[in-house]
Design a protein around this ligand. Structure first.
Ligand SMILES: CC(C)(COP(=O)(O)OP(=O)(O)OC[C@H]1O[C@@H](n2cnc3c(N)ncnc32)[C@H](O)[C@@H]1OP(=O)(O)O)[C@@H](O)C(=O)NCCC(=O)NCCS
Length: 238
């Protein structure tokens, strides 16, 4: 029996031109031979990795391969600098995984400079209080008192939104930047959207202080949240 389950091409964020593939996976059924069976390259960098890391990598790359097939790109996603996925141009995409689920999203839409996707299990109160000072800065904390969300749910959303923004901007920035670089301007539960703003210009001069982004969110399963950020030129559209 394979370790993949509940595989689906149904979009978590419906938008024409944004191709998505998700799959659950069971770590207990992971075996190294599955790389061959699914025709995914087992990179040397993973040889020393624990099975959990190999399994999540395989699940993510499997989803990426399905997405690339639908975009008619026949090169695999490589591993770039800082572990960033290297998508075959002109495809732009992103991968995320939890302990038992993975998703890949990608597009060929002109003007899209980066996509960022992130899945998170809702933070428990202890982890939330540990992460909070690292993730929130300025007056981000005001969103923790949300009429419709618990403080942990609000923090999970802001954390995930910032991680997705990091992934979306990394290809055009090329360097790590921290959570303090990004502020939260809105947490709109009706539209399922987190508003984000840059508190400082990012290296590379493309993204000035004050640049605004939004992270769309959804709940793919109970206790899970997923966010998506599209970073693009003004004319970018799907
Ligand atoms: C890189 C990072 C964002 C990954 O997030 P995560 O929640 O730990 O893990 P996820 O499962 O969601 O994502 C992992 C995938 O992200 C992708 N990824 C890794 N580094 C990346 C980068 N520099 N840029 C874009 N995508 C990256 C990879 O595809 C990776 O999976 P793979 O190695 O199996 O292919 C996170 O580990 C990190 O380093 N964060 C610090 C930087 C940051 O978020 N700053 C906040 C800015 S506001």
């Amino acid at each position: 029996m394979d370790f993949l389950e509940d595989e689906s091409a149904a979009p978590w964020w419906p938008a024409p031109g944004l191709v998505q593939h998700s799959a659950g996976y069971a770590l207990g059924r992971y075996r190294d031979e599955l790389f061959d069976r699914h025709r995914i390259e087992h990179p040397p960098a993973l040889r020393e990795a624990v099975p959990k890391r190999r399994a999540e990598f395989l699940a993510g790359r499997y989803c990426a391969a399905r997405v690339l097939e639908r975009l008619q790109a026949n090169t695999a996603v490589g591993i770039g600098r800082h572990r960033a996925p290297a998508w075959p141009a002109p495809v732009v995409g992103s991968i995320s995984h939890t302990a038992d689920r993975a998703i890949a999203v990608a597009t060929r839409a002109p003007g899209v400079l980066g996509l960022g996707v992130d899945i998170e299990a809702e933070l428990d109160p202890v982890t939330a209080s540990e992460l909070r000072p690292q993730v929130l800065g300025g007056d981000d904390e005001r969103w923790l008192e949300h009429p419709r969300l618990s403080p942990q749910a609000a923090l999970t959303l802001m954390f995930s939104a910032k991680e997705s923004l990091f992934k979306a901007l990394y290809p055009s920035v090329g360097e790590y930047f921290g959570f303090e670089a990004v502020g939260v301007t809105a947490l709109d539960h009706e539209r399922q959207r987190v508003g984000l703003v840059l508190n400082a210009p990012l290296p590379g001069s493309r993204w000035p202080r004050g640049a605004r982004f939004s992270a769309d969110y959804c709940h793919p399963a109970a206790g899970l949240v997923a966010t998506l950020v599209v970073a693009g030129e003004a004319a970018a559209s799907f």
